[in-house]
Ligand binder design. Structure first.
Ligand code: S0N
Length: 291
């Protein structure tokens, strides 16, 4: 083939991508997969708990934090994909089974809400993070897709917030990033009614950037990564920070996170959590609506 054809082929944004698995530190990841593309600047973090729709535990979040730090520090990496294992879910939020009255309990029995640190880490990461969403992106999993810089959705994607159903809420970026993205009217609808939205509705609202057939999801996401990788990394770094700076600040997130923590200790939040675990409708009727 001619030089032109070879060059053209090399630049083909739809050419196959080759992933290699990465270990960070001495221990293997247990709840995520961490990969990098061979010869290109793409890192991929996959929540690997498909049996519970990729709900995250304290450990999942800790592992994501380690992987994102590695991707930040690796100057060969220019863009990060965040996704979930399988086609059923991107992420279904915090693992309701390990939620206690004091937050999510990890292996050392210390409860915490470490997903809030992860949210900040993704926003501060000076490289674009792209959510690649197949299936459900709900609850804290939906907030993760909001936090990402871009979202590529498969046609089977389902978006929504479930907090008020399960005794939870994200009044930090879950509200500020969403309001910024889809406006206050729609944000109220999403949070107050806890409806689920299909990929096309999410696209119309501005919750995702594009919708593609499920079998083309990774190909399209990698194409977007490659287009970004051709551009000036410093321009992108500054633009990401500038776009984030137009939203509510991270101190508001800390305030909201504290209110969630206090709420988890109440009987009202417990009713939401217990009902979900017992696979029944929550009964919030005994909780008063104070004037
Ligand atoms: C995702 C849904 C809609 C999928 O429905 P589907 O396909 O019918 O599957 P299921 O049979 O329901 O699920 C399959 C198995 O997976 C388990 N599972 C699913 N999601 C979770 C989950 N989040 N936690 C634990 N287990 C989960 C199911 O139980 C089932 O298991 P088996 O097979 O054993 O019966 C549907 O599953 C659904 O609605 N899931 C719950 C989604 C939800 O409510 N998520 C919200 C949880 N809360 C948060 O995310 C907290 C927000 C947050 O992160 C935060 C924000 C601000 C400040 C602090 C926090 C914080 O809490 O850290």
């Amino acid at each position: 083939s001619s030089n032109f054809e070879r060059l053209h082929r090399l630049d083909d944004p739809l050419r196959p991508v080759q992933w290699r698995s990465c270990v960070v530190g001495d221990s293997e990841f247990e709840e995520i997969l961490f990969e990098k593309s061979v010869g290109e600047g793409i890192a991929k973090i996959t929540i690997n708990r498909p049996e519970c729709r990729n709900a995250f535990t304290v450990k999942t979040v800790e592992e994501m934090e380690r992987a994102f730090k590695n991707a930040r520090d690796d100057s060969d990496v220019g863009v990060v994909i965040l996704t979930g294992k399988g086609t059923e879910a991107f992420c279904s939020g915090g693992d309701v089974g390990v939620r206690s009255r004091e937050g999510y309990v990890g292996e050392n029995r210390i409860p915490r809400l470490n997903v809030l640190d992860l949210q900040i880490q993704i926003r501060r990461l000076p490289k674009p993070v792209i959510a690649m969403v197949a299936g459900y992106a709900v609850g804290g999993g939906h907030v993760l897709q909001l936090i990402c810089d871009l979202t590529i959705a498969a046609d089977n994607a389902v978006f929504g917030q479930t907090g008020p159903k399960v005794g939870s809420f994200d009044a930090g970026f879950g509200v500020s990033a969403m309001t910024h993205m889809i406006g206050a009217r729609k944000t109220r609808e999403v949070w107050f009614l806890t409806r689920l939205y299909d990929a096309q509705e999410a696209l119309n609202m501005g919750l995702c950037n594009t919708v593609v057939p499920l079998d083309r999801l990774e190909q399209e996401t990698v194409k977007w990564c490659r287009e970004i990788l051709q551009n000036s990394p410093t321009s992108i770094r500054v633009l990401k920070a500038a776009i984030n700076a137009t939203e509510a600040n991270s101190d508001a997130q800390a305030m909201a996170g504290n209110s969630t923590l206090i709420f988890y200790a109440t009987d009202e939040a417990e009713e939401g959590r217990k009902a979900y675990m017992e696979k029944r409708k929550p009964d919030f009727s005994k909780f008063r609506r104070l004037p």
